[in-house]
Design a protein around this ligand. Structure first.
Ligand SMILES: NC(=O)c1ccc[n+]([C@@H]2O[C@H](COP(=O)([O-])OP(=O)(O)OC[C@H]3O[C@@H](n4cnc5c(N)ncnc54)[C@H](O)[C@@H]3O)[C@@H](O)[C@H]2O)c1
Length: 328
């Protein structure tokens, strides 16, 4: 599927909208919304990072065969980023590829994970190491799923929203500065606008650079260190990215004379996200970092800020990262 044909809809979830569908559903979402999926073919997946594995892929494929899924079937992910990432991958390889679409149920998946066609699973300590870039046919967003989203998951979603603002949109950054989590959770119309804005930011970048040869790399702001912390310390993606952004903001000040690292940290703190990790295992984190799949001749691509709303990638060697990590 070409990203230009992707259809993004803001519609209430109804099983009658899906023909030949097999739903891959987050276990918590299934428990909370069983009535919406009554009578549907559903494969249940635990919405946990450890589910992003080849073992889960194998289990889903076995269930698809039991359901007699064929090339006319459509896989529909109903869940957060874990479920959308796995579903996109399974659909890309099942019978050499079948149609798929997403119904994201976390804020993070609505504004980021469901968009852009990157999908896949982890392999041992390697995060998102096995996967494809393959676009869904549709993304259907039903904001009513957010009513049951735990507070921590709202915060995680805002980590990616702050990321988009930092790399691409000073106006959004200033809006985030003016308000807080409570304001957005209590104002569904404003929240809807923010979700649409973030989808457009990500889509705008991805459309120009689907395969991540250039500008798409900027979307990894906070993720290079973030992924390593997530893997070593088993904390949520959003929290890890928040810490990663604080580190990248400090590096940006050192390398590009970026003048607002403290302001970025303050914004992250105001959205109740961590700005550091007290017992960071720097050695293990550094080792994982050096296994990053985007490494180039022992150099790591780091996304840094030159200004609020403007990012650049910089190649750094192990020593530079080690020194910065020890200062952090
Ligand atoms: N493909 C991409 O471009 C991309 C981008 C960003 C993140 N990701 C990936 O996304 C994953 C993180 O996604 P996430 O933050 O959505 O986490 P997640 O999928 O683990 O969901 C977080 C938690 O929320 C629960 N949940 C989901 N919807 C709910 C609802 N409506 N009500 C109540 N509980 C609900 C889940 O059961 C889970 O416990 C990571 O694996 C990350 O690597 C991918």
């Amino acid at each position: 599927m070409n990203i230009k044909n992707l259809s993004i809809n803001f519609i209430g979830f109804s099983k009658s909208n899906y023909d030949n569908a097999i739903f891959i559903v987050d276990a918590t979402v299934f428990d909370l919304y069983a009535a919406r999926l009554q009578g549907c073919k559903c494969v249940i997946v635990q919405g946990k990072e450890r589910s992003k594995s080849l073992a889960t892929v194998k289990k889903i494929i076995a269930e698809l065969i039991t359901f007699k899924a064929d090339r006319k079937s459509t896989l529909v992910a109903v869940g957060g980023g874990v479920v959308t990432d796995i579903t996109g991958y399974v659909a890309s390889v099942y019978m050499r590829g079948i149609t798929f679409g997403f119904v994201p149920t976390t804020l993070l998946a609505m504004v980021d994970a469901a968009i852009g066609g990157k999908n896949g699973v982890n392999f041992g300590l390697h995060k998102n190491f096995i996967g494809t870039i393959n676009q869904p046919s549709f993304i259907n967003i039903d904001m009513s799923f957010l009513k049951t989203l735990p507070l921590q998951e709202w915060k995680n979603g805002f980590a990616e929203i702050i990321k988009h603002a930092c790399i691409k949109d000073e106006k959004l950054y200033n809006l985030l500065k003016k308000h807080d989590l409570t304001y957005f959770t209590n104002n569904p119309q404003v929240l809807l606008k923010i979700i649409k804005k973030n989808i457009n930011i990500k889509l705008g970048v991805v459309k120009k650079d689907v395969l991540e040869n250039g500008e798409r790399k900027h979307l990894n702001f906070g993720h290079t260190l973030g992924h390593a912390i997530e893997t070593v310390h088993k904390i949520s993606h959003g929290k890890a990215v928040a810490i990663g952004m604080c580190f990248a903001a400090e590096l940006s000040a050192q390398i590009f004379q970026f003048d607002s690292p403290l302001e970025v940290k303050e914004l992250i703190h105001n959205y109740e996200l961590p700005t550091r990790f007290n017992s960071l295992n720097k050695e293990k984190v550094l080792n994982i970092l050096m296994m990053d799949k985007k490494k180039e001749n022992e150099l790591i691509h780091f996304v840094l800020l030159t200004n609020i709303g403007k990012a650049e990638t910089q190649l750094l060697d192990k020593k530079q990262i080690e020194i910065a990590l020890h200062k952090f």
